[in-house]
Design a protein around this ligand. Structure first.
Ligand SMILES: [Zn+2]
Length: 87
């Protein structure tokens, strides 16, 4: 199990979080169907790091982007996202 450092709450067990998707699989609402299918189902999945969207569902409820290695699961960066992060 991972320990995830929530930007708002500090280190917490992975069980408190819900994985949503990778940042590069987010499809704009006005995307063409073929573009959406390509982004969701045919994108590359190489070894290396990926930016993933998670939510601290059983904690503060905040959203975050976590940079995690696909093979080792090592976490190299975490940042908050959402309205509370806007200046
Ligand atoms: Zn939190």
């Amino acid at each position: 199990m991972l320990t995830i450092a929530c930007p708002h709450c500090g280190p917490r067990a992975q069980a408190e979080f819900v994985y949503e998707r990778t940042v590069d699989s987010v499809v704009p609402l006005d995307a063409e169907p073929a573009e959406a299918v390509a982004a969701l189902f045919t994108r590359a999945n190489p070894r290396g790091e990926d930016d993933e969207i998670w939510r601290h569902t059983h904690g503060c409820g905040g959203w975050l982007v976590m940079r995690r290695h696909r093979v080792t699961h090592a976490i190299s960066a975490i940042r908050a996202i959402g309205p509370e992060t806007l200046p």
